[in-house]
Ligand binder design. Sequence first.
Ligand code: ZN
Length: 444
Amino acid sequence: MVARTTGQPGASTAGDPYVPSHGNGGYHVESYELDLDYRVNSNRLSGKATITAVANQALSRLTFDLTGLRVTKVSVNGRRAARYTHRAGKLHVTPPAAIMDGAEFVVDVQYAGNPKPEDSPWGELGWEELTEGVIVASQPSGAATWFPCNDHPGDKAHYRITVTTDSPYQVVANGRLVSRRVKASRTTWVFDQAAPMATYLATVQIGRYDVLDLAASPVPTRAVLPAAQLRDFRTDFGRQQEMMKLFCRQFGPYPFEGYTVVVTDDDLEIPLEAQGISIFGSNHVDGRRTSERLVAHELAHQWFGNSLTPSTWQHIWLNEGFACYAEWLWSEAAGGPTADQQVSKAYTRMRGLSADLMLSDPGPELMFDDRLYKRGAMTLHALRKHLGDDAFFDLLRTWTRTHRHGSVTTDDFISLAATFSPDETALQELFAAWLDNYELPRRR
Ligand SMILES: [Zn+2]
């Protein structure tokens, strides 16, 4: 497939070499209003998406990502689109009148079908039926399985997600629950996500869940889970509130209105993050705290990944290296192995593995490789030793404050770190050795 560049009107790629077929050029989305109707038994989704966007070039054609669902109607600024075509995951729309550079415009898309996850090099992504309910896990490219979007992490927008479904089910989506209306056997849930959010972090979770309020401060925290998991959950997540306090101290204020942990009734290979939400499988709850490091990892993504989102996927270590280091910080604070001991262990293991991963540009095949997580965390530990604890945590808090709810690159982090280091040359050498090399640097 020949990717068109962002320079062309209505380009059908955002030009991200890691996920070249997703994302589109020519506009920035300001908000998605998704009005969804879902039948659990038949896995039938029908929806209307209202996308408000601003053109950054004159547009005679617009493109959105949408896979596996059928589009029934498209309008632009309240008028029926002159033409639209939908194939190979791309919805091309010809507006009734060309859109001027800088103009705000509104696109309404009506669509329906039986959503299913999309095959990707990173496994199945997107909207997925559970035994009884739904999980949406989209990183990096699953968002288009349930709504038309500009599926690129750099295009963050406000969301209002309305879900109408069968009443016995609990629905969780991003942001604040604005209203819940029961009408006969169906319930309509409305969520508002005010802080800008990347498409891959948008989610809907549906299941027969109980709701457990865990804390009112410093962050309203709750869990949504099958009743059968309640007892084990209290053990496994019993120290999450301590983690929250630790991370608020070390990383700065929690960046969203609340935090919800969802435990699905099904097993999941790995837990995953969404904005303001983390999703775990039943297999991560066993009453023995086996997955506690993952509880820390997912919580840390609220700062690193969700509030500060990589501008392009190349910068994924800013998510995973930081979340992995948060595991070690938690371990250290909780009286387990120190970060230094964790580094030694990881370092020894990594020496036995092939040196073909460059942290600053790992390539799409290795973007979720365990070595990226560990080497990213080791980089932060080397930086901590270089700066000293006070300056290091000050840097982390300044990082999350300066780029709160924004998009970030590795260079942004390096530039900020430079303002905390007394020795610019040594710092540049440190980053070059850890980020831009395949070989593992010598440990100091
Ligand atoms: Zn992660």
